[in-house]
Design a protein around this ligand. Structure first.
Ligand code: ADP
Length: 159
């Protein structure tokens, strides 16, 4: 069993994230979901809310743990210090790759941490947290795209 880190702001977590993280858990055995927070940024959900939503979502998955990424710490250092073998990200399209490739290269130079990518499931390759928030604002049905805790937090309780 190996540990990998899946970082992101998860504002909020959606089924594209869940798909990548659960596939990573199947491959590596253990995943640390690292929820980032940047006080200069505006979020829809607070760090505590984003952590709670991810924790509730992954409660049934023994191999997945959710933590806050310490603000101000280099992600590459966090990954190395956590004992993870690598950081893992999802790729939706070539824009994601263009954005991620320089960070992957820099992180490897900074602390020897490698980044691996899993291709997004085509079901979710157009999905983003921004789109989820936009659709939620206008009352669109998000049940196929977000886990139940997020659906509830967006005021769309299916129960
Ligand atoms: P950010 O790190 O920019 O805050 P997110 O929190 O949305 O981004 O995403 C965290 C990680 O999940 C990133 O690696 C991102 O590429 C990946 N990701 C985001 N949306 C999807 C999706 N629909 N399918 C697969 N991976 C995704």
């Amino acid at each position: 069993m190996q540990l990998v880190v899946c970082p992101g702001s998860f504002d909020p977590i959606h089924n594209g994230h869940v798909d990548i993280i659960t596939r990573a858990a199947k491959i590596y055995g253990s995943v640390l979901v690292a929820v980032s927070h940047n006080s200069a940024k505006t979020y829809r959900f607070s760090l505590q809310e984003r952590l709670a939503l991810a924790e509730e979502t992954f409660a049934p998955f023994a191999g997945v743990k959710v933590v806050a990424l310490p603000e101000g710490q280099l992600l590459a250092d966090f990954v190395r210090e956590s004992g993870s073998v690598l950081m893992l990200k999802g790729l939706r399209n070539s824009s994601d790759l263009d954005y991620e490739a320089p960070m992957a290269s820099m992180n490897r130079h900074l602390s020897g941490v490698e980044t691996c990518f899993l291709a997004s499931d085509p079901l979710y390759s157009q999905l983003s947290s921004t789109l989820v928030k936009d659709v939620a604002r206008f009352g669109g049905d998000l049940a196929p795209f977000v886990p139940l805790p997020v659906l509830r937090a967006l005021g769309q309780d299916a129960a």
